[in-house]
Write a protein that binds this ligand. Structure first.
Ligand SMILES: Cc1cc2nc3c(=O)[nH]c(=O)nc-3n(C[C@H](O)[C@H](O)[C@H](O)COP(=O)(O)OP(=O)(O)OC[C@H]3O[C@@H](n4cnc5c(N)ncnc54)[C@H](O)[C@@H]3O)c2cc1C
Length: 397
């Protein structure tokens, strides 16, 4: 972002965060565990998030969005993740698709897609991963062949969030499977996967089943296949040019990493809060466990790491809002905050003893949700490699 960097007054941001807090306390907290344990799509909560404008949180106001800066967005994501992380996936995956259009689309594409993305009338996500290609995105096999005014997509995507209940996807495809280097043959298409009038699958599209997952439940992550599925070339080929898809998928979307890092902050914060409260109530050897030094050592480390994660996420979000590439800052925040989420959730569970293993306490959900963060938006192995490459690029010998 540049001079048009979105800004929001402190008072407006506080009012927005307060309204989200009220919704979390009154509506989400009493029912999250029910949906999570049943792995059921929480339609009523998704509808609420549409009404609150979260599906347009990062879309510019001229297209009907809230146009929030990354710093406000990261605070929203962290707060919601304290209550139930899955909820952030519904609008974040959708916004990654929207940002591809906002950042790289033609004017006609922005006008066509963004207002409908902002209201949540059209909801979807970003489809990169395939059965045989995750980290190595250039190894995807889904192809799109030009056929007059349309592209025809054939292939399968897997592990795609919002792919089953949603109606549209930003799809990374090969428009020239023989290109060398491979990324030159990759393009990004916006594809309708559902006929909005009938609710049926769009021509050539078949949805797979919802994948049963360790955590991040409720949200529809699944597989989706395409058999010569048509996509309007003018409105579908992002930017109107083939060969730019890899750049769109990997470049300039550091907000995805800031989002995952903010989820980590939410998980760590809640796990810490639960541990601090529990340690003062649970007694052993005649005193609260919080008075045993072994527990104090854990709490001290958990608190310091959680605060460090918060600060790294703020740093990355502020850098993003200033503009330019922020792979280094986003990578550091993503790696540290998500490793911290997992560590703090694990320690909190141990502090809870057997109760940490019970579905009647929130800690077991935090513990199951945390590992996803180390995998999504670039695995944590890759993040450290990205950090190192950026470090070297910014400090040539
Ligand atoms: C719940 C969930 C939701 C998801 N939602 C989406 C979605 O909406 N859209 C989407 O496109 N994808 C989604 N994904 C997929 C996710 O982005 C991929 O799982 C991720 O990119 C890793 O790819 P992979 O699983 O194929 O692992 P692989 O690429 O097979 O990696 C396996 C291991 O090898 C390591 N590794 C791989 N290459 C290297 C290397 N060069 N150097 C060092 N280490 C390496 C990895 O870090 C990892 O530890 C989702 C996944 C999950 C679990």
């Amino acid at each position: 972002m540049d001079d048009a960097s979105p800004i929001i007054s402190e008072a407006d941001e506080q009012a927005l965060l307060d309204s989200i807090d009220r919704w979390l306390t009154r509506k989400v907290a009493p029912i999250a565990a029910k949906y999570e344990q049943a792995d059921e799509y929480p339609t009523e909560l998704v509808d609420d998030m549409c009404e609150m404008g979260l599906f347009g949180a990062l879309i510019e106001p001229q297209y009907g969005g809230l146009g929030l800066p990354a710093i406000t967005y990261s605070r929203i994501v962290a707060r919601i993740s304290e209550e139930w992380m899955s909820l952030t996936g519904f609008f974040n995956s959708h916004l990654m698709m929207a940002l591809i259009v906002q950042k790289f689309g033609t004017q006609a594409q922005k006008e066509h897609w963004l207002p409908r993305f902002a209201t949540g009338e059209l909801r979807g996500g970003l489809a990169l991963t395939e059965p045989d290609a995750g980290t190595d995105l250039q190894g995807i096999r889904t192809v799109a062949k030009r056929d007059g005014d349309v592209y025809r997509i054939s292939g399968s995507k897997l592990w795609i969030t919002n792919s089953l209940e949603g109606s549209v996807l930003a799809m990374l495809v090969k428009t020239d499977p023989d290109a060398q280097p491979r990324h030159r043959g990759m393009s990004m298409l916006i594809a309708m996967t559902r006929d909005l009038e009938t609710g049926a699958e769009a021509e050539g599209v078949s949805r797979g089943k919802k994948l049963p997952k360790l955590g991040y439940r409720g949200i529809d992550t699944g597989g989706i296949s395409f058999d010569a599925a048509p996509v309007d070339a003018r409105l579908g080929l992002v930017g109107g040019e083939e060969g730019k898809g890899f750049l769109m998928a990997t470049g300039g979307l550091e907000i995805g990493r800031v989002n995952v890092a903010a989820r980590g902050v939410g998980i760590a914060r809640r796990a810490l809060k639960e541990a601090v409260a529990y340690a003062q109530i649970r007694q052993t050897m005649g005193k609260p466990i919080a008075q045993h030094q072994a527990i104090q050592l854990k709490l001290g480390e958990m608190a310091a790491k959680t605060r460090a994660a918060e600060l790294l996420v703020e740093d990355a979000a502020r850098a993003y809002d200033k503009g330019g590439r922020v792979d280094l800052e986003a990578g550091m925040a993503k790696w540290f905050a998500t490793e911290t989420a997992f560590e703090v959730a694990t320690e909190s569970m141990r502090i809870h003893g057997a109760n940490g293993y019970s579905k009647e306490y929130p800690i077991e959900r935090l513990y199951r949700d945390a590992p996803l963060l180390m995998i999504g938006e670039g695995t944590n192995e890759m993040q450290r490699i990205i950090i190192a490459r950026q470090l070297i690029a910014r400090n040539p010998a």
